[in-house]
Design a protein around this ligand. Sequence first.
Ligand SMILES: Nc1ncnc2c1ncn2[C@@H]1O[C@H](COP(=O)(O)OP(=O)(O)O)[C@@H](O)[C@H]1O
Ligand SMILES: [Mg+2]
Length: 295
Amino acid sequence: MNASHSAEARKPVLRIRELTLRFGGLIAVNNLSIDVAGGSIVGLIGPNGAGKTTVFNVITGFYRPSEGSVEFMGQQLTGLPPHRVCMAGVSRTFQNIRLFQNETVLQNVMIGSYVRQRGTWWQNLVPFLFPAAAREEREIRDDAMKLLERLGLAEQADARASSLPYGAQRRLEIARALATRPKFLLLDEPAAGMNPQESEELLNFIRRLRDEFALTILLIEHDMKVVMGVCEHIQVMDRGLLIADGSPEEIRANPRVIEAYLGQSAPEAGDEAGNGVGGFKAGDFKKEEIAHAGH
Ligand SMILES: Nc1ncnc2c1ncn2[C@@H]1O[C@H](COP(=O)(O)OP(=O)(O)O)[C@@H](O)[C@H]1O
Ligand SMILES: [Mg+2]
């Protein structure tokens, strides 16, 4: 039995309470309350513009909520800046891959570790004056290398991030998030742009991550096969509101969820959050498709 199945692990670690975020007149997140159980893989789904990425931005300190609170393992995250949220054990990836494209794969992962670093960057420039900082730099490099080995990216350590195939870039972004040693990982559409084989691999990869790194994972994903295949619990948002909350089976059969997806018009162009074009089209979510995903 792994840790994720023990009663202790199943207590809620993340508690979002009555969260509201307004952008001018637009209510992107409307009085949202959700719990995420420790050790679980939970899906946050909903049509384009539902407010999912905004929820991630609030949890991770990129946006300050208009109202409400976010608590992680008993600690208030509300109002903390992103690096403090990260130090509290919460790390994320982005809907549009954010890598330092001209840096190497290894450097991209090392950047994640600097959040935990004690020495400052200028101490590392003069290692003979600051041996402790130099040692720390070496440790960070070794840790990053180990992480790459575990994620099957070690052979590409010295390659430029931009030279990796798309699926590997997504894994690299996850590696960088893991370098901060999170307890909680937020993944924003990790399967976006992946081919069916890559998303199949991603399914297994996400499960492995949860088990091997003892993580709790909150996953935004449009690919229903990934969502239904990997999530133990699913929360559904539509126009800022939580409209459903249940097991994959319950969500699949929920008329409100099906209606929300079918009512979705063609996706709009990229928005100010940099979310780009993508996501659902009405035709993507035929009732039968939702019912068959994950089988
Ligand atoms: N920084 C922002 N400024 C103004 N509106 C925003 C901003 N970020 C998101 N929005 C709007 O908030 C709503 C929810 O967006 P988002 O959270 O990105 O949705 P999702 O991730 O579910 O597709 C959308 O209408 C979007 O245009
Ligand atoms: Mg989004």
